[in-house]
Design a protein around this ligand. Structure first.
Ligand code: HEM
Ligand SMILES: CC(C)=CCC/C(C)=C/CC/C(C)=C/COP(=O)(O)OP(=O)(O)O
Length: 300
């Protein structure tokens, strides 16, 4: 029978376990999601952002993303307990009770949606709610446990923040905002599958059908390479539509050639640390890409 993580006795816990609450939100991922949302906001506006609207919209998006991450950790606590990478999280470690984590996620969500309703608009609030459901429920409860395409489909939710930032400013869905979503959507498989290769045994132990477990490492490496090539093409679309110009073009070409180089080495000349290096590079890639979009928008 599956082990159920027990609720720890409250007398063993500090009154307010700030570090555990913070960890529950997957903070580094949330900061990156907020960066992409901020860039979406900036690209939607030809002049300076309206400060109050922008700050509270960004805060709203961040709070709801953090709530989704906390819900993911509540629902995944038994899986997380089986994997070396996630065993140290507050719920498997018993540093936080499920009730407290649930209350925290609820507070974050309520605060986030209030910010969005007051500072942004109904469209952004609804799209953010759907993205939250997409990650915290559709991906976590169903896809993750059901299919090796889990992260491809679930990736739509994680790709949404630039669009949420855009609609927060304009109140409408813009094709250029969708391009930013497409970039993150295409970036997600090589980002995650590189880590999944490195952590294959973890996923196998937890019985999660990630691609390297179901289809093997060789096939996953081929998929990573193909997605980096597709990403190269998708990243050129902002140039074709005129949303971005040469500065973005130069930076993104260099980034994507480097990503493809990682993928080629991973496939054809792997070292023991090639997969984790590819994963780490994916994060630098996306961060620099979004900063380049912003600088290009401001400077040219
Ligand atoms: C379904 C889509 C995604 C999946 C399955 C996924 C999976 C993961 C996993 C499992 C980690 C943890 C690595 C670790 O604990 O060492 C991670 C880290 C990370 N991911 Fe993703 N990711 C997805 C989408 C995204 C998106 C959309 C972003 C940002 C736009 C993002 C940004 C990051 C960052 C910044 C880290 C590093 C976190 C750290 O160092 O603590 N991810 N990702
Ligand atoms: C409102 C909105 C846009 C919500 C979605 C935001 C969100 C938190 C996306 C993060 C994607 C992510 C870290 C997936 C990994 O989950 P995992 O369960 O596979 O990874 P784990 O094993 O590290 O928990």
């Amino acid at each position: 029978m599956a082990k159920v993580i027990s609720t720890p006795h409250s007398e063993h816990l500090p009154a307010v376990n700030w570090r555990s609450y913070y960890q529950l939100t997957k903070p580094k991922v949330i900061y990156m999601l907020m960066l992409t949302a901020l860039v979406g906001m900036c690209l939607a506006e030809s002049s300076w952002l309206p400060p109050i609207k922008a700050i509270f919209s960004l805060l709203g998006i961040g709070l709801v993303c953090a709530s989704a991450a906390a819900i993911n950790q509540i629902l995944d606590r038994n899986i997380d307990d089986k994997m070396a990478r996630t065993q140290g999280r507050p719920l498997p470690k018993g540093r936080l009770s499920v009730t407290k984590a649930g209350q925290f996620a609820a507070v974050l969500a309520v605060l986030g949606f209030v910010c969005l309703l007051l500072a942004a608009n109904l469209l952004t609030t609804v799209l953010t709610f759907l993205s939250m459901l997409g990650y915290a429920v559709v991906y976590t409860v169903f896809l993750k446990r059901a299919t090796p395409q889990n992260i491809v489909i679930g990736g739509i939710a994680g790709a949404m923040p630039p669009m949420l930032g855009w609609t927060a400013m304009t109140g409408s869905v813009d094709p250029n905002g969708l391009l930013l979503v497409m970039i993150i959507f295409t970036w997600t498989p090589p980002h995650f599958w590189a880590l999944a290769i490195h952590r294959k045994d973890d996923y196998a132990k937890a019985d999660i059908p990630m691609l390297p477990v179901t289809h093997g490492i060789g096939f996953t490496k081929t998929c990573i390479l193909l997605y980096t090539l597709l990403l190269f093409v998708v990243c050129l679309l902002p140039l074709l539509t005129g949303m971005s110009s040469w500065l973005y073009g130069v930076v993104v070409t260099a980034l994507n050639l480097w990503f493809i180089r990682h993928a080629i080495y991973l496939k054809f000349a792997p070292q023991p640390n090639s997969a984790i290096k590819t994963f780490k590079f994916s994060i630098i890639h996306l961060m620099i890409l979004f900063i380049a979009l912003l600088l290009d928008h401001w400077m040219l």
